[in-house]
Every structure is written in structure tokens, then in C-alpha cells.
Design a binder for this molecule. Sequence first.
Ligand code: NDP
Length: 401
Amino acid sequence: MSKVLIIGAGGVGSVVAHKCAQVPKVFDHICLASRTVSKCDAIAASIRNRTGVEIRTDSVDADDLGQMTELIRSDKFDLVINVALPYQDLHIMDACLEAGVNYLDTANYEPPDEAKFCYKWQWDYRERFQKRGIMALLGCGFDPGVTNVFCAYAQKKHFDEIHTVDIMDCNGGDHGHPFATNFNPEINIREITQRGKYWESGKWKETDPLTVHQTFNFPEVGPREMYLMYHEEMESLVEHLRGLKRIRFWMTFGQEYLTHLRVLQNVGMTRIDPVIYEGKEIVPLKFLKSVLPDPSSLGVGYKGKTCIGCLINGEKDGKPMSYYIYNVCDHAACFAEVGSQAISYTTGVPAMIGAMLMATGKWHGAGVFNMEQMDPDPFMENLNLYGLPWQEQFNVKQLPS
Ligand code: NDP
């Protein structure tokens, strides 16, 4: 039995709370806290209607160490699931250290004034978590998260050496809006507008944003144009895969989306530095977020499927081996189950599973860990049980280099 505190009542927080409530034998007390308690209350009401489970709600500013620590201590929580924004990661880790409880998140830290995400800041907490005897599990969403576990599973079961990995994230769905992001618009646009980056022969190589692209025929979705991007799981996977020669990350975008993004960039609406508007400082990207659809509201009428997975090439018993492992998720089915679209769902379900494995001691350790450092087997089993079944193909054609 475990007491879990979820921080962040957005699209992902809603899924995590609904999924934890589906497993009362593990999570016997759930609290959802965010800056705006009315959002937590609306999610609690949905959980009550769907499952009959009551959860506690509260308001917290996770950037305030005193408030966060007091909240963690209030009900003697065992684990904090951070699904607020990456800006909160270090503050919540500090509070977990103070209170002596385990920590899990789905996105690595980035400073608000610089669009740069990397694990260094959180890896610097390793010694402090070790000394305190507590565990931090980083990047436990889909990508990062499931994609790391797919690689760990491939390494454990099918490969002696992994030579190339292509992580491919396809959203083949249609939410009906001319332009909307599927998770927090500010974080999403900061990520997409960065320079592309991939790792080859021991070095990081950069590309201009969204300039390298190719078509891939995604199972249950069909052919889609996908674009090379930098993504955080590559930073830890290059440390943990045996024999790796190259790793890349690809995401699909439609032409309509790219045209909107280009216009917004050209007119300065994606800037993260403050500008003076009518005597007040505003950050254009934060203003843009306030007028775009809330990702947690996109589920109504969202049609189509996502397909996210890893195409892997390497060697087994001295012979070449190629492998594709992926999950297909249906937006409408997610909405019917928990009232959310598939991007929030594919992030929130792995966060619940990671938390469950920590709560039951199947995943344990003192320090700061990435997903591929854990035994993939129990996680893979639970993906099948809790809504994200995976499929695998062998002898698959690899992408051109
Ligand atoms: P949303 O913007 O929908 O939700 C974020 C929530 O965090 C909001 O409800 C907000 O609170 C809350 N929050 C922000 N600042 C604070 C604070 N200082 N204290 C307390 N609460 C705060 O985002 P999403 O749900 O779409 O995304 C959540 C996280 O999931 C992000 O970090 C995102 O990067 C990550 N993610 C990871 C993916 C993966 O596959 N690994 C994929 C998609 C997302 P309020 O509304 O109350 O103001």
C-alpha cells in the first residue's frame, strides 16, 4: 500500500490520477495538487464518477520549497509524481530530499529563461539521493520513458549489441483545431523550435530545425512525413546501450502545423525573452500559450491513432538483427476511458506504472535513475495490462542513414 502525491493538474496529471485510482490495491491514498485547486477538483469529480474512488485535492506552488515539503509531510506520502512543468523538477527534487520521499517525473529540467533541456542538472542530484537513501526516476512518460524501456528490453532479449536506434513518434490523429499542441504549448514549442541533434560515432551532430525529414509507413496509421529532432532520451541512452553507433529521434508533423509554426516564429510569437506591452513585461510564448487550446481540452472528438516506437539494428550471436517495437494508441478510446487524448494518456499511463513498480519495490535503488537502468520486464508486462499494449516485428527494413 502506498500514498502518492501527484503534482500538476494538466492533461498528463489527469491521466496519472485516473490510472492510479484504477489500482487501489497499490495506491490506497492519492492526492492531486496544483497551483489551481479547481482543476484538481474537476479531475477528482471525474475519478469519483468513473471509479467511485475519492482522492484528496490541494493547492501548491511547487516552486516554494516550504509549501512543497509541508504538503509531502502532511499525509506522510511515500512518492511524489511530478507532472507539472520541467521548470519545477529541481524544486520538487529538493522537497523530496528534505522530506525523504521517492520522486518520479516525465520530462527533464530546463531553465525558464533558456530553451535548453538536459539531464545534467538532475544527474547532479545522484549523490544527495544516494546519501538520503531515496530514489528519483527520471523521464517516466512515453518518450522519454517507454522508448527507453523498449531499448532496454531489446538489449536484454534480442541483441548482444545495438548499433543504431531510430525513435519514431507519430501522431496520426486529428483534433479538429487549425493549430494546437498536444501537451503544454510553451514546453512543446520550445522543444520543436530547437536545433536538431543526433548522436553518431561518439559525437553529437547538429542540423537546422526540422530540415531533415523522410516518410515512414506507420502501422495502423499509414505513411507520414517525420522530422529529425533532438529529444532527451537520447542523452541517457547513449550512456547505456552496448555497441551503439548512432541514435536519432523523429516526430511527424503535418504541413498545416508546420506552416502555423513558421508564421508564429517569423512574427516573434515564440520568443521566450520578455517584451514590453502597454507598459508591462510579457513573454510572447507565454501569451501565445494563453490563447491556444488547453491540451487537456483536446480529447472531445479527437480521432485517429498515435504510433510510437523504436527501430533497432544490431547483432545477435554474431548475426545481423533488425527489430521494430511500438505501441498504437487510439485517441477516442483514451477519451472514453479517462476523458483525455492519447498524448496525455501515453504519458500518464507509464508514469503510473513506474510509480507502481517503485511503490511495490519491484524497481528500487538509492540515487537518480533513467528508465533503461531498471529491469524492463515488469514494466513491459504492465504496459499490456494498463492500456498501452506493444507489438514487435523482426527482420524489418532500416531507415536510410
Ligand atoms: P499542462 O500545462 O496541461 O499541465 C501542467 C500543470 O502543471 C498545470 O496544471 C499547472 O498548474 C501545473 N503547474 C505549473 N507550474 C506549477 C507550480 N509552480 N506549482 C504547481 N503546479 C504547477 O501540461 P501537460 O499535462 O501537457 O504536461 C505535463 C508534463 O508532462 C510536462 O512537463 C511535459 O513536458 C510532460 N510530458 C512528457 C511527455 C513524455 O512522453 N515523456 C509527453 C508529454 C508531456 P495550474 O494549471 O494549476 O496553474
